[in-house]
Design a protein around this ligand. Sequence first.
Ligand SMILES: Nc1ncnc2c1ncn2[C@@H]1O[C@H](COP(=O)(O)OP(=O)(O)OP(=O)(O)O)[C@@H](O)[C@H]1O
Length: 297
Amino acid sequence: MMAAVTAEGISKQYEDTVALDEVSLSITEGTVFGLVGPNGAGKTTLVRAVTGTTEPDTGSVSVFGTTPPDVDDEQIGLLPQSFTPPKRQSARELLDYYAGLYEDARPVDEILGEVGLVEAADTRYANLSGVQQRRACVGITLVNDPDLLFLDASGTTVFLTTHYMAEAETLVDRVGLLADGRLVTTGTPTDLVDDYGGGTRLQIETAGQPPTDPEALPVAAAATETGVVVHDVDPTEIGSVLGALSDCGIEYDALSWTEPTLEDVYLSLTDAETGSKARPGPRATAGNSVPGSEASR
Ligand SMILES: Nc1ncnc2c1ncn2[C@@H]1O[C@H](COP(=O)(O)OP(=O)(O)OP(=O)(O)O)[C@@H](O)[C@H]1O
């Protein structure tokens, strides 16, 4: 399959700030690529470089084999983070307006159906719910039937930027982790979690004072502020771990068992490779946005 986007060694500096540091990536046509990194990691700068609204200092970008400023507008859809359409217009009027900007736009009714706004088509944007407003915005990006969409769609290559790790983990085929302008790694979320996520964690809050010398315990435990954490415990072994701790006089108040996530991957790779303590953004919460709406600007 052809690459929709190829970047080779792109760097961008603003005075003393290195926004992008030798970023190389390739996004296969028809896939969903998630770019994840905390605020200031360089996501917007990378999207701007790929969409041709900023020129990298070094390196090259190709979108469908063409240098970004020369890519046909009809091939790209972009939903900026800060985009707010006129609030007095209905979803249908908005789509009609944007469709009118293209010679070969898609039928508006078809798009209203795809984004689930058939019943609310004639409601003013201001009176739509938050989710419906984001759907209307996504609909606007679809009017020109783009081949590369900077957000979210099906049958199209999607470049989604987000600081929500959980969102990336569930939505994308491949993810790139960006920290301090460096693309730390790319891969499928599953492979990355397998390779770098570390094992499972059994987090135990002790009823009394946490043990002062966890290394002396009969299980491989590390101290936390409120107790101990034991890595690589199979769910079937939790009882025996608790039993061994109890034999040493350590009773638990609360416990949680978790599997590694993309967030663990991010922390382990950014700590290991850049020494950065950059933390990923908060996990996805129910808000007024569609999944993946932390869009590129
Ligand atoms: N026009 C500019 N002038 C100076 N510095 C800039 C400019 N644009 C970006 N930067 C800096 O470059 C770095 C990367 O910024 P960028 O906006 O690409 O990050 P981001 O990952 O998109 O962050 P956010 O999630 O907050 O949007 C930051 O340190 C930012 O302050």
